[in-house]
Design a binder for this molecule. Structure first.
Ligand SMILES: O=C(CO)[C@H](O)[C@H](O)COP(=O)(O)O
Length: 313
């Protein structure tokens, strides 16, 4: 836990505030997606406490990792799985990065595959973060963008991933090791001789690092990564978050994808209306030109130029 800075709330307190706000959305009878990490644990504890006091009833949770399963069980949340409940009412989870379009990087804790499966099956996916997770573009924190790969031939898969980002300035790539701090920086080679980090699915993680974040079409980049044989999943969560709850030192901000899309559609409409107005003006200009052309043509004909043009044609 971080010590409070300048008398304000600590980072862990901010995580707790975001988590508790998200848990206000939980209703009795819901199937929940249970997140992984130091922010999500506050949500698990809170749900457990509300179940114990009887404020919530008949809630079941699908853990996004072995860690989440153990933490949820310790908190007293009954567990289920995606096979029994393929539709999840609400998932609550942390993130490593959030961009302005609410795309995420997840998986620095190594649970990206199960997280993406559970959160992708959710009617609503609420992300809980403190303000340190906000980035102008994915990868811009300079920390890992994880890719889960099968252990068989992992170094070939790593080479193919490296080739994909060949020429990107400040790009680096590393196999995550058991000794690697999950939030590792790109250039720490000290633990390069230790054993690979193994996920809950018995796979490895290759971490991608971008000095200035990922530029370009994220969906296209996602497709290119997933097309490499040996890659199972990556930690970019594109368009999956329904809302992001951001705990800041000066208060909580909730950003809703629907509201954001609404305002973007509004802005788009304004742009289209603007273009419509331009087109209308353009048509008027064009009409003016049309009227203008015959006059010119008439003048040219009178001057004898028209014949020359026709001959040239
Ligand atoms: O994706 C994750 C684990 O795979 C976590 O949600 C992410 O790493 C955020 O963790 P924390 O809340 O501890 O910062």
């Amino acid at each position: 836990m971080l010590a409070p800075q300048g008398g304000g709330p600590s980072q862990d307190e901010l995580k707790r505030v975001a988590a508790h706000r998200a848990v206000e959305l939980v209703r009795s009878g819901m199937v929940l997606g249970l997140g992984t990490g130091s922010t999500a644990v506050h949500a698990l504890d809170r749900i457990g406490a509300l179940l114990r006091t009887g404020h919530l009833r008949d809630v079941v949770g699908i853990p996004t990792s072995e860690w989440a399963a153990a933490s949820a069980a310790a908190a007293g949340i009954p567990l289920t799985d995606l096979n029994t409940h393929p539709v999840v009412d609400l998932s609550i989870d942390g993130a490593d990065e959030v961009d302005p379009a609410l795309n995420l990087v997840k998986g620095r804790g190594g649970s990206l595959l199960r997280e993406k499966m559970v959160e992708g099956a959710s009617r609503r996916f609420v992300v809980i973060v403190d303000e340190s997770k906000l980035v102008p573009r994915l990868g811009a924190s300079g920390l890992a963008v994880p890719v889960e790969v099968i252990p068989f031939g992992w170094s070939l898969t790593l080479r193919r991933l490296r080739t994909l980002f060949d020429g990107v300035p400040g790009f680096n790539i590393k196999l995550r090791t058991a000794a690697t701090n999950a939030k590792a920086s790109a250039f720490d080679e000290s633990e390069s001789k230790s054993e690979p980090f193994v996920t809950d699915n018995k796979n490895y993680i290759v971490d991608l690092f971008f000095e200035d974040g990922i530029h370009g079409d994220l969906n296209l980049i996602s497709d290119e990564i997933l097309r490499i044989t040996g890659v199972i999943e990556h930690g970019m969560f594109l368009g999956l978050a329904s809302s992001v709850i951001i705990a800041r030192k000066d208060g909580v901000v909730v950003v809703d994808k629907a509201a954001k899309q609404g305002s973007e559609e509004e802005a788009d409409k304004k742009r289209r209306d603007g273009r419509g107005e331009e087109m209308r003006k353009g048509k008027e200009n064009w009409k003016e030109k049309k009227e203008y052309v015959p006059r010119k043509k008439k003048e040219r004909k009178e001057k004898g130029e028209e014949t020359i043009i026709s001959t040239l044609l």
